[in-house]
Design a protein around this ligand. Sequence first.
Ligand code: GLN
Length: 537
Amino acid sequence: MQTKYVVILGSVMSGLGKGVVTSSILKLLDFYNYSALPVKFDGYLNYDCGTMNPYRHGEVFVLDDKSEVDMDFGLYERFLNKNMQGNQSITGGKLFGSIIEKERRGGYLGEDVQIIPHLTSRAIEMIQNVGRENNLDVVVVEVGGTVGDLENSYFIEAMRQLALKEPTVFINLTYTPKMEVVGEQKTKPAQQGFRNLLQSGIMPDFVVCRSVDRLLEKTKEKLALFANITKERVIDDSDLASVYMLPLHFMEQGFDKMLMEQLGFGNSINSEKLDMWKNKINNILNPSAKVEIGVLGKYTGLSDSYASIKEAVAHAGAELAIKPTMRWIEGEDLEKGDMSKLDGIGALIVPGGFGKRGIEGMIKGIQYAREKGIPYLGICLGMQLMCVEYARNVCGLEDANSSEFDPNTKHDVISLMDEQKSVKDKGGTMRLGLWECKLKSGTTAYALYGREKIGERHRHRYEFNNNYRELMEEKGFVISGTTMDNKLVEFVEWKNGFGIATQSHPELRSRLEAPAPLFVGLLKSANTSKTANTARD
Ligand code: GLN
């Protein structure tokens, strides 16, 4: 079967949720049993996201194959329940890099290498490869940035050319602001966006429009007129109680049927898949209990830095019909020993992180959770600090630390692996991607996963120092999982109460349809309270 293409372009401004729209369209294709994967283009000149600051760019998402990619890949995986691959991420850096490399190898001898046709053809080739290698019915291309930006202009030109060669549907995501005083949905910015798009030689087949309230009929009419489409093809994308409702919201408007028709596809839906999705949404909207989860970290000012943690908690909530809310707590705020910021939380998470800021406050928070019996989940750095806390306060190793934070500590219970000591480059050199792990029977980890051999993703340099294994185990610390060769510690636990941590990042493999076991375990043990309220309260 010939692969077809859906291209999603944003106008007016960034932050409209293009990733959610892309994921929802992928999900619609999945409901109709068509195989589809996304390709994301990002205009920045970094090769990948590995060296970016989570405070500015949001979290770095890691795939099984070790690729460090944009956080939109987290959305795709959470909606589609499929593993993505690094070649689905195209950055300006990768694109220019591959052209320049080829030029140096003599791949263009005698030619002057240009944006058109060389760079644009290369972009098209990269997209087509994803379709071919995975034998796909559809590749859904999300173009990062906004139409009119310099950064993505050559890529948009490539998409115009793609449509000359392959069946391609264009979707423009736009926005109608509403001025409080006038109370009217304004379409001028969207009109400007259409004009920009038309100037690029692209006519949208559908317009998806973000707004706070539902689109009014007259707003749809106006948008349709300026975008050269019929009114039915203007699709409402107003605020919903959960992002996972968007595929269903699209279906209510017949978007799925129109899209399938345009792609020349059949109209039979996989009702089992659809019902499963609807059940999850029902649990999100009608929870029987609620809980507040404390996240004690260092990037709490921008909750995008912990997007996967938040979603993994939401997936566990959707599984158990518990409504979770997050309380973001700065490690630095607990440093003085005042624990009141933790009052009332039902469970505590210390997520991954790098650098020294706030570490001592996080250790105090973990000690408090252990002593007061607050269910605890440690992720990566959160595992390392759980080990440090136990070594200090239970094993009596007073200055125990990670050598990341105190290179001169006598007791480096967390230290650098020999392989890492010689590493100088920063890009792509951590312990990355999927690692297999062996769980010990009789432990909480084993009970939650329900099997011995599991796999989780990694992104870190430091490890548990095996010189302390015996001593810590003697003092009651449980080592519940290791790499298959038993060399690296992967999971640890407290004997009493719910306290578990892993060197991996299980939040990166959590999906609405397949929640991460550790998060389900945490929410099950958390102190919840009954609620008759809906998710909207
Ligand atoms: N900074 C720690 C390390 O490099 C933890 C990293 C993380 O939490 N992802 O090992």
